[in-house]
Design a protein around this ligand. Sequence first.
Ligand code: ADP
Ligand code: MG
Length: 137
Amino acid sequence: MENTLSIIKPDAVAKNVIGKIVDRFESNGLKIAAMKKVQLSQADAEAFYAVHASRPFFGDLVKFMISGPVVIMVLQGENALAKNRELMGATNPKEATKGTIRADFAESIDANAVHGSDSLENAENEINFFFAQREIL
Ligand code: ADP
Ligand code: MG
């Protein structure tokens, strides 16, 4: 069993497609082990994306992530991390494979509908950033 972090970003929450995105996970064998809707603060977003702090898009990324509420989940299952990345599709929705979440629900590389952890080490850190152990079931 593997745990990974997923975030439904402000663009997808605003589009009212939380349920449709959650269905992609559940229909593909992933369990929702934890879930909450949160308005991130600037400090939250900067800390969460600290690995990207030196990238030119960091400021815009933080601004976008605090532009509205997000839904944060722990996805659980066999190969949950890789499965989630596959379901998400490429970072740029224009390059994302047909049928992936980003191809179907995202507009641009900035507003790209979902976040997913990219390594097991980062997944653990990201999960601990947002959830207490008793919230992960
Ligand atoms: P992913 O979300 O697919 O793991 P990254 O970790 O590389 O992608 O980047 C984190 C987020 O930063 C992306 O989801 C996207 O919203 C934003 N981002 C990445 N690259 C760019 C870029 N070249 N221009 C604007 N935003 C970007
Ligand atoms: Mg990433």
